[in-house]
Write a protein that binds this ligand. Structure first.
Ligand code: ADP
Length: 482
C-alpha cells in the first residue's frame, strides 16, 4: 500500500472559489483504494464554515521556516466522507477577508507549500507521493528537493504537479526569491526566475513546480499537447516542450451522483435514458420560466458560462444577428465582462420570447437549463477540461463545441452518415465555423430519430471520476517504479 498526500488550496465542501475545489473534493474519494491511501491537506481558511471547523481535531503545532521568518502553524484533522483532511492553521496568513487577492499572496502560498512539508512528520502517514495542485502549492516540490532532500523520509517522496489553471502562475518580484523563499543562490534560482532583456523579471512559482516535479499533468490530453505551443502556453510553452517527457493529460470527471437527471432536486420532472419524456416536460417548464414562446418543436440552445474572452463569446456575439434569423431559441446564463452582458441584454430585449439573458449566477437554474435545453454552445478559445459540456451530455443536451482542450476529448462530433456522435464541433476560432456547426445541429434536430439517438449516445457516456482515478493510479505506479 502506498500513501498519497493530495495538496490543494481549496476543496468542496470546505472552501470553493473555482473548479479546483470541485476536483479536490471529488478526486481523492475516487482515488482512495487498497493500493493507494489518499489524504488531503489545505489551508484552514477563515472562510471555512463553522459546521466543519468545530468538528476538526487539533493535532499539533510546529514552526515553519520561510526566508528569515519562523511562522506558527497549527495542524488540524477531520475525517470527511471517508477521507482524512488536514488543515494548516495560521490566522495571520489564512484569516483574511478574501482567500486570494491579498498583497502578500506570494508569501501566504509559499507558507502553505512549506507548511505542507513541515507537517509531514506529524501526519501519522508515511507519504510516498505528494500530489500538488496549481500555483498555490507549486513551491512544495521545489522546497522538497532544496530544503528537505537530505532527510530519508523526504528523499523517497515522489511528486506530481497538476495544472488546473495556467493563467495563474504565482509571479512575484525577484526580491521574493531570497526574502520569502530563502532560495537565493541555490540551484533553484535559475529554475524559478524569468528574465527580460537579460534582467531578472520575476519569480514564477508554477515554473518552479514544472521544473522540479517528477510528473506534471494537466486536465485533458489535448490541453497537455496544446500548452506546448505559444498560443496556449501562457509564456511557459518552452518549458512544457522541455519537460514533455514528464507531461501528460488526464481528463477530469464530474460528480455523476450529484449531476443525475433522474435524481436532481432542481428539476421539475426527473428522467433517465429509458424514458426521456421528463426532459420534454422540463423543456416546456423552462420555456415558461424564461418567458420564451412555449413550443416543443423549436430547438432551445443554451450558454452557461463565465462571460469572459476565454469562453469564445466574441464568436457568439458576432453571429447573434444570424441567430435572430434562425428558427431557434437561445438562453444565456452567465456573469462576466460588461461588453458581453450588454450584447446579450440588447439582443434579448430585441427578441422577447426567443432570446433570454439571465446575467447572474444561479446553480438550480443552470440544472434546469442543462435538462430543458436541446443544445449547449461552448465555443471556447481554450478550455483545459471544461465541465459544462459533460454536464450537458449527462442531461441529454448536445454540446456544440470548438475542438480544443477537454472539449475535443469529451465530445464526439456528429457523423450524419453513421448517426454516431454526442455533439457538434468545429475546429478554428472563427464565427462562421461556429455558425456552420449550429446549422448542422439545426438540420440534425429536424430528424427526431437521429437527434434522440445522439441524446442517448451522450447520456450513455461515462464521465464519472472512476476513469480519471484509474489514470492517476497508473501514473503513481509508474512513478514509484521509476
Ligand atoms: P470554468 O471553470 O472555466 O468557469 P467550467 O466549464 O470548468 O468552466 O465550469 C463552469 C461551472 O460553472 C459549471 O459547473 C457551470 O454550470 C457553472 N456556471 C457557470 N456560470 C454559471 C452561472 N451563471 N450560474 C450557474 N452556474 C454557472
Amino acid at each position: 500500500m502506498k500513501n498519497v498526500l493530495f495538496a490543494a488550496s481549496e476543496a468542496v465542501p470546505f472552501f470553493k472559489s473555482g473548479g479546483l475545489a470541485d476536483v479536490a473534493g471529488a478526486l481523492p474519494k475516487a482515488l482512495n483504494c487498497p493500493a493507494y491511501r489518499v489524504r488531503c491537506i489545505m489551508p484552514k481558511f477563515g472562510q471555512i464554515q463553522k459546521e466543519y471547523t468545530e468538528k476538526m481535531e487539533y493535532v499539533t503545532s510546529f514552526e515553519v521556516p520561510l526566508g528569515w521568518r519562523r511562522a506558527y502553524c497549527g495542524l488540524f484533522r477531520l475525517k470527511y466522507q471517508g477521507i482524512i483532511w488536514y488543515f494548516l492553521d495560521n490566522e495571520y496568513y489564512f484569516f483574511r477577508e478574501r482567500a486570494y487577492g491579498e498583497f502578500d499572496d506570494g508569501e501566504r502560498m509559499a507558507f502553505f507549500s512549506k507548511a505542507i512539508l513541515e507537517a509531514i512528520p506529524h501526519l501519522d502517514f508515511d507519504v510516498d507521493i505528494l500530489h500538488a495542485n496549481d500555483w498555490h502549492t507549486a513551491m512544495a516540490p521545489v522546497f522538497l528537493r532544496e530544503h528537505y532532500n537530505h532527510l530519508e523520509q523526504y528523499r523517497k517522496i515522489r511528486t506530481v504537479f497538476t495544472i488546473h489553471n495556467l493563467k495563474f502562475q504565482g509571479q512575484y518580484d525577484p526580491f521574493v526569491l531570497g526574502d520569502v523563499l530563502g532560495l537565493e543562490g541555490t540551484p533553484a534560482e535559475p529554475q524559478l526566475l524569468t528574465y527580460k532583456n537579460g534582467r531578472r523579471e520575476s519569480v514564477n512559482y508554477m515554473q518552479g513546480a514544472v521544473c522540479y516535479a517528477d510528473r506534471v499533468t494537466t486536465v485533458s490530453p489535448t490541453y497537455a499537447e496544446e500548452i506546448r505551443t505559444p498560443y496556449y502556453g501562457e509564456n511557459l510553452d518552452w518549458l512544457f516542450r522541455k519537460r514533455s517527457d514528464v507531461l501528460s493529460g488526464i481528463l477530469n470527471g464530474i460528480d455523476t451522483k450529484d449531476l443525475d437527471p433522474a435524481a436532481d432536486p432542481s428539476l421539475p420532472y426527473p428522467y433517465d435514458l429509458s424514458d426521456l419524456s421528463g426532459k420534454k416536460k422540463d423543456k416546456k417548464a423552462l420555456q415558461e420560466e424564461l418567458g420564451l414562446v412555449v413550443c416543443p418543436s423549436v430547438p432551445l440552445y443554451a450558454i452557461i458560462s463565465r462571460l469572459t474572452e476565454q469562453k469564445g463569446l466574441d464568436l457568439v456575439t458576432y453571429i447573434l444577428p444570424e441567430l435572430e434569423k434562425r428558427d431557434l431559441q437561445l438562453v444565456i446564463l452567465g456573469v462576466g465582462d460588461a461588453k458581453y452582458e450588454e450584447a446579450f441584454r440588447y439582443y434579448a430585449d430585441r427578441n422577447p420570447g426567443k432570446f433570454s439573458a439571465k446575467l447572474y449566477f444561479d446553480e438550480p437554474l443552470s440544472r434546469r437549463i442543462y435538462a430543458g435545453a436541446d443544445a449547449l454552445l461552448v465555443p471556447s478559445r481554450f478550455e483545459p477540461c471544461g465541465l459544462t459540456q459533460m454536464m450537458a451530455m449527462r442531461y441529454g443536451t448536445l454540446p456544440v463545441v470548438r475542438e480544443t482542450g477537454g472539449l475535443k476529448d469529451t465530445v464526439e462530433p456528429y457523423n450524419q452518415y453513421e448517426g454516431t456522435g454526442t455533439g457538434f464541433s468545429f475546429a478554428n476560432f472563427n464565427a462562421h465555423e461556429l455558425l456552420s456547426a449550429i446549422d448542422l445541429s439545426l438540420s440534425a434536430y429536424k430528424d427526431k430519430k437521429a437527434w434522440k439517438k445522439l441524446c442517448e449516445n451522450a447520456m450513455n457516456k461515462d464521465f464519472s471520476w472512476h476513469a480519471a482515478a484509474k489514470e492517476y493510479r497508473k501514473l503513481y505506479k509508474e512513478l514509484l517504479q521509476s
